[in-house]
Design a protein around this ligand. Sequence first.
Ligand SMILES: C[S@@+](CC[C@H](N)C(=O)[O-])C[C@H]1O[C@@H](n2cnc3c(N)ncnc32)[C@H](O)[C@@H]1O
Length: 212
Amino acid sequence: MSRKRSPKVPTRDSFVSDQAEAYQGARWMARLQHATTLRALELLGDERIGGGIPREAKREGAVLDAGCGNGFSTEVAMQAGFPIVVGVEVSLDMIKLRHLSNPVVQADMARMPFRDGAFSFVISISAMNFLSQDIEDAAIARQVYDGFARRVHALLTPGGRGVVEFYPKSPAELDVITRAFGSRSGFQGFLVIDKPGTRKEQKFLVFRKRAA
Ligand SMILES: C[S@@+](CC[C@H](N)C(=O)[O-])C[C@H]1O[C@@H](n2cnc3c(N)ncnc32)[C@H](O)[C@@H]1O
């Protein structure tokens, strides 16, 4: 009788060395990240944060792809009409696997080294949750996500929009994250849960920086 292995929860170590190559080579992963990024880009044009993005605004506004990995999400954004995408990625092994020529900075998402107001759009696909991977203390997790939300807020132009898709490790962490991007953060936004209660459930934070 074959024994089913329980799926391994990815950690930051899942994106170095051979594991980076395995990520790049897994066709199911490429398909999943492609579909997830398309959904995130659809939500970026949601009525509740201003509606469809004009072609001109897409062409001229810079997109930050936080935790861009080997470029699956970046490539989808570029193909969707956003030619200026800047990636941030902590793993050099993932960066080395990219075949794209857009700029990418090796840095921690918690400390993104750009000037304030540099971006019109922010996307982050399946990456933000790694910020709290080693953190058990809820107060520290709150500080981390409050700090990340503040940094994203600073990097966006007024009226700039973002979508973050993420996998919180508990309902408490989901609460911490939604509060970090909540009304006191200077964003207007909402949480979307696709396929709730199933193995394919996905969570997207969708937000817009309030104009000053
Ligand atoms: C599941 S992959 C997603 C990559 C890409 N967004 C995609 O759609 O394929 C998560 C990525 O986040 C990166 N990552 C994890 N923690 C990070 C951090 N603190 N700062 C920057 N990147 C981080 C990992 O190295 C990995 O490349």
